[in-house]
Design a protein around this ligand. Structure first.
Ligand SMILES: *Cc1c(COP(=O)(O)O)cnc(C)c1O
Length: 368
């Protein structure tokens, strides 16, 4: 049987090969290897396409979160609420900024941050909340902003998996103080290496961010304050600039494929992720729950079907978190979810025939 990969970056490159090669050539010829014109142009275009006020390309999506926290003055002695079910980077960036991540249980329905649990975990040092639009499913942003407002918290939106997603018609990342994005190669918009983006609607924050990621530089050799080196490479900006033109089309295709999976799998009793009515989900991953994941995984291997698990351990169970003292069993919803999820093959170039095959194999061996 034909193998079905989990994702297929080669197919995407083949469709854009000559344009991408020309863009890379342009960077070599102009030697704008770091920051410079390519990064400026890409940053402007990304803000226009996604929708957002001010922003700049940076080194990666993890550092972007750390920079956002620093820009908001969050550091040692401060606590930041983070959902217990996310990629480690969301919490790791808080540690890197010198603050303490406080893990929050996810919600039964939406599988995103549960605000009742968040409230119970507030303390005098809680300064911010990171909303993660995981899998490209937007968080209910009015509720989050209302909660944050009531408790004096700053909001950072981790949009690493949610380029072009919208909540109630408004782009994700435009609700909180600062939004961060990742262009890791496998993300919906992926570079040829590490890259990320920081966005804000606040000119003062933007001034700080722009300098901070570039050695605190105002001028070539005038440094206002100590910053870091977290710049985007020209090569990445050039590649991303080409791919950005296709992002809307790829996103629509992701939505169409997700609807097809939804239809096939929910009919057979599987629990799939349901975005809220007011959300435009962009499906970075297609995640479904099964009761017998090991059997499903074994069958996928036999049939040559790729899959992933995002993520097999909730943050409280990560060895890296041991020192923070979270016990196993303290987050029943996320711990159970992490045992049941499987990410199915999912990429814009996937055919409906491939999707049907995956759904057939899953329903043959999987138990809802
Ligand atoms: C990928 C990802 C990040 C980190 O981005 P990098 O560019 O890999 O550093 C952060 N948060 C989430 C939710 C992610 O998926």
């Amino acid at each position: 049987m034909e193998k079905i990969p989990f994702m297929d970056l080669a197919a995407q490159y083949q469709s854009l090969e000559s344009e991408i090669n020309a863009a890379i050539r342009r960077v070599i010829d102009s030697r704008a290897f770091i920051h410079g014109r390519e990064v400026e142009e890409f940053s402007r275009e990304f803000l226009r396409v996604h929708g957002g006020g001010l922003g700049i390309g940076c080194a990666n999506g993890t550092t972007a979160i750390t920079v956002a926290l620093r820009a908001l003055g969050i550091g040692p002695g401060d606590e930041v609420l983070v959902p217990n079910h996310t990629f480690i980077a969301t919490a790791e960036a808080v540690v890197e900024a010198g603050a303490r991540p406080v893990l929050v249980e996810i919600n039964e329905n939406w599988r995103q941050m549960d605000l009742v649990d968040a409230k119970a975990r507030l303390g005098p040092r809680t300064k911010a909340l990171i909303a993660v639009h995981l899998y490209g499913l937007p968080e209910p942003m009015e509720e989050i902003m209302e909660f944050a407002g009531a408790h004096g918290l700053k909001v950072i939106e981790d949009c690493a998996q949610a380029q072009l997603a919208r909540w109630n018609g408004k782009p994700v990342g435009t609700f909180g103080s600062i939004a961060t994005f990742s262009f890791y190669p496998g993300k919906n918009l992926g570079a040829f290496g590490d890259a990320g983006f920081i966005m804000t609607g606040d000119a003062q924050l933007f001034d700080f961010i722009r300098c901070y990621v570039d050695h605190g530089r105002q001028d070539k050799y005038v440094h206002e304050f100590f910053g870091i080196n977290a710049r985007m490479d020209g090569m990445q900006a050039a590649v991303l600039g080409v791919k950005l033109r296709f992002l809307e089309t790829w996103t629509e295709r992701r939505r169409e494929l997700a609807r097809a999976y939804d239809e096939l799998l929910s009919r057979r009793g599987f629990r799939v992720l349901k975005p809220h009515d007011r959300a435009r989900a962009v499906y970075h991953l297609y995640v479904v729950e099964v009761a017998n994941r090991e059997e499903v995984a074994a069958e996928f291997k036999r049939e040559g079907i790729g899959y992933g698990i995002h993520y097999p351990l909730p943050l409280n169970a990560q060895p890296a978190f041991a020192a923070l003292g979270y016990a196993r069993g303290g987050f029943p919803v996320s711990e159970k979810f992490a045992e049941r999820i499987v990410s199915l093959p999912f990429f814009p170039e996937m055919t409906l025939t491939q999707l049907q095959t995956v759904a057939d194999v899953l329903t043959r061996v999987g138990r809802p």
